[in-house]
Design a protein around this ligand. Sequence first.
Ligand code: F6P
Length: 520
Amino acid sequence: MNFPKVNPTQTNAWHQLESHFQEAKDIGMQQLFAEDSARGASFSIAWKDFYLDYSKNRITKKTLSLLFDLANEVQLKEAIEAQFRGDKINETEQRAVGHTALRNFKKMPLEVSETLDKMKAFSSKIINGSWKGYSGKPITHIVNVGIGGSDLGPDMVCEALKFYKNHLDVRFISNVDGDHVMESLKGLPRETTLFVIVSKTFTTQETLTNAQTIRKWFLQEAHEDAIAKHFVAVSTNLEAVAEFGMEPNNIFPMWDWVGGRFSLWSAVGLTIALSVGYSNFESLLKGAHEMDEHFLRTDFSENIPVVLAMLSVWYNNFYESESECIVPYSQYLSKFVPYLQQGIMESNGKSVDRNGNPIDYQTGTIVWGSTGTNAQHAFFQLIHQGTKLIPTDFIAFKKSLYGNIDHQNKLLANCFAQTEALLQGTLGTDVDSNFKAFEGNKPTNTLLINSLTPESLGSLIALYEHKLFVQGVVWNIFSYDQWGVELGKKLAKGTLAAIEKNELSSISNSATKELIKKIS
Ligand code: F6P
């Protein structure tokens, strides 16, 4: 079957949503709650350790049913099945999209299970100290060198699972900014540091430059032969890795059917396995697989990624919301939003549909956010009283990991109170000036999860992966390519040549010329 290519705006459901929006847009959520005392319970989904409260949205049962009609008309079910079946749904690159196959232990491709075995054996040697550096001492420090999907996922997960981590000191070098590289290398013991060079393509300028710089820095004290004990690589491009001088045994493969921003489940997650141990890495994968099963097999009305995606479409395309905010009430998730920004915006920032035609409706949402309660003291003012409608996801865990009940109660009280304040505003209370009035009626979702474990984190990440896929299907775009990053990379090559040679004749833009003159 071909991947569906339905223009959502031509569907019956879209037309009905447009007229429904005209009636619904002025309804306040305060009124919906006042009219239905069971609203909190009826607009919720309980699944395993997860509870989703989506009652605080500008929706009625009719809105939901029309949104599901839209999902059906754009053939969402068929699209989901095509992805899980391994069809080449990334048509512009002629590739299948297989990140879910990386975490399905019941039906795992052989090359994936072999790679997991290799990761398991390698990470246990590093962790138990049997792998020695060039001076005979065990490894104490890990440095992950990669960018985009080869950095953001592992970095986010290592931070999120800090509670589960072992003795290894883990760092991440991503930016081609040399100061960042030097700061990250500061104080590193060469004789006990392992560098994990991660690049799907092994052509990425930043990663290759950083890897070369690090290699030179390493060889200031170590002999060339020591490279094999201190450098490993993760890539699809085995030839380029070999050219870099990497030992064949030190190469962990990945495959072109895994997109960079969905690759933390592959050997790209090697640093995660090193940081928290292989069995925690496997639990992360298993948690993601549970969410895959939920997504694949559950009716849309009870399907967490589908419900969240369709709500987001409702705000993006009918209320014309410009952005959505994500606020995890856990400092462990401080890197979750930057990670999701790549996942969501690199996937759905498209303006040509799957038929190759320009699009005349809104697609990819702008995603931003930060952890609560910090965010309350930073940008929440704008969500409460600004002029923009910003649907916000609140993510919280019932139990803290260290069990400090006083802190946990305060953390959760803040989380729940904010969603209520955003909903209710000051309606029904006496306010002595306009400046102190809150209009309320601001949409939020609250995702309450039992506790932050490798499994629940895996499920949470997979949830947002599936959400963005559903949105891409509805918007009739290809979510799994990223041609929009190519032009800048290409231009940077010419710009670099001009800077290096101080030769401006190849630069056509007068502003770029002036900028280059300023640095020469
Ligand atoms: O520039 C974007 C991108 O291609 C991402 O999609 C990818 O995650 C990142 O660059 C890094 O690519 P690589 O892993 O091939 O170095």
